[in-house]
Design a protein around this ligand. Structure first.
Ligand SMILES: Cc1cc2nc3c(=O)[nH]c(=O)nc-3n(C[C@H](O)[C@H](O)[C@H](O)COP(=O)(O)O)c2cc1C
Length: 311
């Protein structure tokens, strides 16, 4: 029984990765599971300069999920590449570098820096950031902007480039833009814009007013978007959003995802990846698959008629 999947030439021992922001730089859950168990992880997004993040409170619990507005707190790419990256490269799984920026050209500059630091095999481009020069419009909501960001990054690195899509727009044209710009893979979804109010104080629960919704509440949205994107691209797709159990992983694989990322589930169940991997093994045995690749895209009635779906 093989759980191996591939992203280009990169072999993952299994399709279970940990999502950006849920795992720091690969040590946050060392008391619960070893990196040699998972397929890989995505580092917390780094930015061109250090960021202190947003004011507190930055997180709020919601039904079947949570809101966060961390604000990309990190020490900046120079510090990261010098101090953190060497240890990240030692981890016995595939580390994926996540980059975020507030100006389009900064993505390519960070790719160039990462390339110079060496060892980078895969970069996830977090497109859910406000474009300061365009009045704060999120990069990832404009297909042309996404295409040009990817084109710039492509020039600077030969690493496997993953465009991480936002759910706060139709992801299909964005996926096409990323592919046209030279992305090697796509990941989706980042968090959905959300809000919660403390009615006694009559104030938003988050200091920033709104934040990103994650957790099981967003899984059906993530699954539908993953399904649609998988049907419009031949690039490998990584499904993300509320994945908490092995059967959630299977749902994303069946609609065509090559791998998945687990985020919020870790906060309530820190051994979730171990249980997912065991469950995937059992599922393959039960369904007579010698390899997990037999599950990818194996949805029966895969040709759902999307027109006329009311949502
Ligand atoms: C506390 C927190 C911090 C996050 N930080 C990042 C980040 O730095 N970069 C990024 O691309 N996504 C970030 N995300 C989004 C997750 O990677 C993921 O796309 C999203 O939470 C949906 O998956 P989940 O429901 O499994 O958490 C963060 C999510 C949470 C909850």
């Amino acid at each position: 029984m093989s759980l191996e999947v591939k992203l280009g030439d990169i072999v993952l021992r299994n399709p279970v990765l940990v999502a950006s922001g849920a795992y720091g730089y690969g040590d946050d859950y060392s008391a619960f599971f070893d990196n040699s168990v998972i397929g890989g992880f995505v580092t917390k997004s780094v930015t061109p300069r250090p960021r202190r993040g947003n004011p507190h409170p930055r997180v709020a619990e919601t039904p079947c999920g949570m809101l966060n507005s961390i604000g990309l707190e990190n020490s900046g790419i120079d510090h990261f590449l010098e101090r953190e990256w060497p240890a990240v490269l030692e981890k016995p799984c595939v580390p994926i570098l996540s980059i975020a920026a507030s100006a389009a050209e900064e993505y390519a500059e960070m790719c160039a820096k990462a390339e110079r630091a060496g060892g980078v095999r895969a970069i996830e481009i977090n497109l859910s950031c406000p474009n300061v020069k365009e009045g704060g419009r999120t990069f990832g909501t404009d297909p042309r902007v996404v295409e040009s960001i990817l084109r710039g990054c492509r020039r600077e690195t030969s690493a496997f480039l993953i465009a991480k899509l936002t759910p706060n727009t139709d992801p299909v044209p964005i996926a096409r833009g990323a592919e046209a710009g030279g992305a090697d893979g796509l990941s989706l979804i980042n968090t959905l814009l959300g809000m919660a109010i403390d009615v006694e104080r009559r104030r938003p629960k988050l200091a920033m007013g709104m934040g990103g919704l994650s957790g099981p509440a967003i899984r059906p949205v993530a699954l539908a978007m993953t399904y649609r994107v998988c049907r419009t691209t031949s690039l490998p797709v990584i499904g993300i959003g509320g994945i908490s159990t092995w059967s959630d992983v299977v749902e994303f694989l069946l609609v065509g995802a090559t791998a998945v990322q687990v985020g919020t589930a870790l906060f309530s169940d820190p051994v979730a990846p171990i249980e997912m991997i065991a469950g995937l093994n059992e599922y393959c045995v039960r369904h007579g698959h010698e390899s997990i690749t037999g599950v990818i895209g194996a949805l029966e009635s895969g040709d759902l008629i999307l027109e006329g779906v009311h949502a």
